[in-house]
Design a protein around this ligand. Sequence first.
Ligand code: PEP
Ligand code: MG
Length: 572
Amino acid sequence: MTAPTAGTSSQVLHGVGVGRGGVVGPVAHARQAPVVAPDARVLVDGVPADAATTRATLEAAFTGVAADLQSQSDRATGTIRDVLAATAQMAADRAWRGQVLTRVEAGEPPVAAIDAVVATFAAMFEQAGGYLAERVTDLRSVRDRVVARALSLPDPGVPELLVPSVVVARDLAPADTAALDLDHVLAIVTELGGPTGHTAIIAGQLGLPCLVRVTGVTDLPEGVEVAVDASAGTVTTWPDEALRAEIARRATAERALAEDVAAGGTADGHAVALLANIGTAADAERIATGAVEGVGLFRTEVLFLDRAAAPTESEQAQVYAQALRALGGRKVVVRTLDAGADKPLGFATQPDEENPALGVRGYRLVRTHPELLDTQLAALARAQRDTGVAPWVMAPMIATPGEARAFATAARTHGIATVGVMVEVPAAALRAREILAEVDFVSLGTNDLAQYTMATDRLRGELADLLDPWQPAVLDLVAATARAGVEVGKPVGICGESASDPLMALVLTGLGVTSLSMAGAAVPAVRHALRRHTLAVCRQMADAALASGSAVEARRAAADLLDPQVRDLLRL
Ligand code: PEP
Ligand code: MG
C-alpha cells in the first residue's frame, strides 16, 4: 500500500476506543457470514439430501464446530481460553441443537430451522440484558459456522493475512478474535460491539488497539490505508505524513514507558501501589511477568459463569492457589462472587427481577444462597494453607456497616486475616467511617459507584456523560471514602476503570487513595504520570476537580495543573 498522494481526501470515522494504542495499516475485511437462502438444502452429489441425512449432517456440523472451538480453547490461555470454552459450550448446547433438529425432522429447511431457533434464543438473551445480551454475538457466530459447515461453504472469519493489517468487521466473534494471527494483525475495528464486549476484552488481553461502534467502517475498500487511534476513537483513511509521524512517535513513547518497572509513587516519594485487575489464574500468571505490585481485583465470578452448578471447594481452591503462587507473595486482593445484574448465574441469581442492578446481587446473594459464600471462603482458606500466601479478601456490593461486619466475621471465622469490602454503593461511601471500623481495608468500585450515584445503567452507551467518574457527585463520594481511610489509617484502593486514566489517577492520589488497580496494560502510563507530579500537585488537582460544576469542568480543571510534558506525551 502506498502513502497518500496529494489531493487524496481523507475521511475520519469515529467510534469507541479500547486502550490507548495507535497504528497505521491497510484494511483487511473479515469474511462475512455465509449468504444463503433460508430454503437452502444440504446437497449430496448435487441432489437435496433426505431428512435423515440432513439431520445427520447438521448434527455433525454442530459437533465439529464445538470440537474446533474447544481445541482452540485448549491451546489458549487466560480470558481467551474461557471465552472460547464458553462459545464451544454454546455450540454443544443440547437445548438449541435439539430444537433445530426437531424442526429439520419435521421437514423445515436447515438454515430456516437454525435461524428460527437462533432468533428465539437471541431475543431471550437480549431481554436478559448485560452479560447475556453480549453473548448474542457468540450465538450468531456459532450459527454462521454451523451453516457454513453443513452447506460445505468456507468458514466465516478472518482470512489469512499476508501483510500486517487492520482487521475490520461488522462484529467479530470471540472465536475469530482469539484465533487472530498476531504477527499480521495491527488493530481490530468493528461497526458493532461494545467496549465491555468479548472482542474488546480479548483485544485488550492481546495488546491490540481496538475500536468498536465505528459506523461506516465496513464500507471502506479492502486494502485502503488507515490510521487507527484508540485513544482518540478515530479511524482516518489516507493518513497524511504528520499523522503517521505522530502515531509512530507515540508508539515509541509508549514502549519506552513500559520499560520503567519502579514501584508506583509521586515525584516526592509518596507511595501509591499499582496493581492489576484479573479474572482467571492464567491472567495472574501473565501479569506476574510485568511490573505490577500485585492484584487489586481478582474477579472470581469468571470461574462461575456458564456453569450449571457452582465450582466445588477443591476446584476453587486450586484456582486461587494457582493465582497466589503466580504472584509469588505479592499482594492479591480476591473478590468474592459478584453475580447478578450484568453477570447472571443460572444456578443462583433470580431471572425475574425487574431491576436486577438493584436486586439480589453481589454480597446480597448470601440471603438466598449462603452456601456459595461459605464454600468460597473455605476454598480461599484452603488455598492460603496450601500456598502459605495469605490473600486479602473482599466482598462486593456492600451497602451497610452491618453487612461489612457479617462478611468480616464469616471471613475471619474461615481464617482469612485481611478482610475488606468494596465501596460501590453510595450508602457505603457515605458511611465509610463506620464500614472501615468493621474491616481492614476498602476498595472503591467506581464503575458501579458511578452507576448508582448517577442512577445510570453502566451498560447504556448513550448515557456515558452521566456515568462519567469525573461527575463531581461521584468524586465527592470517592473523597469521603478516602478521607475516612486517612482518618482511621486504613488502606483505601480503587479498582474501577477510572484508575486506568492517568489524569484521574493523579486526582485519586490527591484525594488520598493508597492503591490503584487497573488493566495491566494501563499501568505504565499511570506510573509515569504519578512520577512526574508531587503529592501537593495531586491534592491541588483533586481540590480543583471537586470545586467544579460538571464532569467536563472537573477534568479540565485537573488537566490545567498537569506537567505540560506529561500532557503532551499521554495526550491528556
Ligand atoms: C466496579 O464496580 O467498579 C468494579 C470494579 O466491579 P465490577 O466492574 O466487576 O462490577
Ligand atoms: Mg462493581
